[in-house]
Design a protein around this ligand. Structure first.
Ligand code: JFZ
Length: 428
């Protein structure tokens, strides 16, 4: 079991958590949402949103045939995009197991796919040198004992009552713990476990608020650390600890509790849907995603960026193009991302700073002005260059406080990152 050092003293992880140094260094991971909903091709919540009965939803189980599935290609795409770890949905809310679980028949080996899809994926990503993360849904719309105990509008209907009656959460809990045990026993070293999700103060219509008492989170957590002592956990077990996971928004500043930084990771989609969503046209640009990554690192966070593979087992063209675009940026700029964190210097308007040791990176999100003024850097800069081509940047000492540099460059590259070795290391 790793012992945490001073530098990794984070507010929201207890002493026995694995060493998060790799996560903090790597900064950028791939989220993969893949399950039967890929066949429905209209969002991973389709079963719930369209109130599809599990018996009807079974058509996707029957026709799940990912004949083009080659996880080596996924791993390669992720690596080329600059991602250092991945998190795969072992089971999403629909309840379908991507692996050969001994605790259910609702699994990949019983579909036309006819194999343990998780096993190959884990091997492929490890082969490319990426760390392995499992997403696992606490919620289960398929399991016959997952409580339907909320204030559902149809709760008085006979059919609904019949469906909701006789459900024993104890049985579901055993199933949940059992499946987690399988996942952490049969696939080698797992680096990251990402539960989803608790909602103790919310009623989802079909289900009353659920949290630590329902999942027996403490007990679950104990088992997890027995099986995988170095694993990192996210914060959705309702225990008030783990990697904080703001969803589809960027916090304004580094997240802190009691003046201590917390480990946090933004999760973001490419197009607003996590599962493959065929008719969705709402794709984020490479430029926007790169800015999200920079913004995240400038606030001490990680970015977990999602792809929803399709029913044939492929990343669609649009996702691949986006990953390639990010990869092109990363090839030239990853030095400002890996091992980088927030800087104590305050970035000018429309800019972000990331800092790694004594290298300060100034990312200009836009530069409509003639000059950028860099506060607090007077007398501290040793040298300034563009990061993408290591060409020198001229700058002037402006007043005791500021350094200025012209932005009237002859060639304005798509994205501008300046690398400024500063004399005093000032990393947070
Ligand atoms: C959950 C899932 O429902 C969703 O399908 C996807 O897997 C995503 C990554 O996680 O969505 C959530 C979970 C928690 C919150 C919001 C959306 N939350 O706490 O605000």
């Amino acid at each position: 079991m790793s012992v945490r050092t001073e530098e990794t003293n984070y507010a929201n992880i207890p002493n026995y958590y694995g060493d998060p140094t790799w996560l903090i260094h790597d900064r950028f991971g791939l989220f993969i949402h893949w399950g039967l909903y890929a066949a429905a091709a209209r969002h991973e919540w389709v079963m719930n949103r369209e109130k599809i009965h599990p018996d009807t939803y079974r058509k996707y189980f029957k026709h799940f045939e990912p004949d083009l599935y080659q996880p080596q290609k996924w791993a390669k795409a992720a690596k080329e995009a600059g991602m250092k770890y991945f998190v795969i949905t072992t089971k999403h809310h629909e309840g379908f197991a991507l692996w050969d679980s001994q605790l259910t028949d609702y699994k990949a080996t019983n579909t036309p796919a006819n194999k343990d899809l998780l096993k190959e994926m884990v091997e492929a990503f490890r082969e490319e040198g990426l760390k392995v993360g499992f997403y696992h849904s606490l919620i289960d719309w398929h399991h016959p004992d997952f409580p339907i105990d909320g204030l559902h509008p149809q709760r008085e209907d006979e059919a609904f009552k019949a469906k909701a009656s006789g459900r024993e959460i104890q049985k579901y809990r055993e199933y949940l713990h059992g499946q987690v045990r399988e996942l952490l026993t049969n696939y080698g070293k797992i680096d990251y476990l990402w539960f989803d999700f608790s909602y103790p103060h919310q009623d989802w219509g079909w289900s009353k608020g659920k949290g630590a008492e329902d999942w027996h989170s403490e007990e679950l957590e104990k088992m997890i650390f027995e099986l995988q002592p170095d694993i990192i956990l996210n914060d959705r077990l309702d225990l008030g600890r783990g990697v904080v996971t703001p969803e589809q928004y960027q916090p304004n500043a580094p997240i802190e509790i009691n003046d201590l930084p917390v480990l946090w990771e933004a999760c973001q989609t490419l197009n607003g849907s996590w599962g493959y969503d065929r008719d969705n046209l709402d794709w984020k640009s490479v430029d926007m995603l790169v800015k999200m990554l920079i913004d995240t690192v400038s606030k001490n966070g990680n970015l977990l960026l999602n792809v929803g593979p399709n029913g044939r087992g492929e990343f669609d063209e649009r996702s691949l193009e986006t990953l390639q675009g990010i990869g092109q940026w990363m090839r030239l700029h990853s030095r400002s991302i890996y091992g980088a964190a927030a800087s104590n210097f305050q970035a000018p308007v429309d800019c972000r700073y990331t800092q790694r040791g004594n290298r300060l990176y100034l990312h200009l999100f836009s530069w409509p002005f003639k000059h950028v003024h860099l506060k607090g850097l007077s007398g501290k800069i040793e040298y300034a260059q563009f990061l993408h081509d290591a060409s020198e940047i001229h700058y002037k000492e402006h007043d005791p406080n500021e350094v200025i540099t012209s932005t009237e460059w002859e060639i304005a590259p798509d994205s501008v990152t300046l690398e400024l070795p500063v004399q005093k290391p000032n990393v947070t």
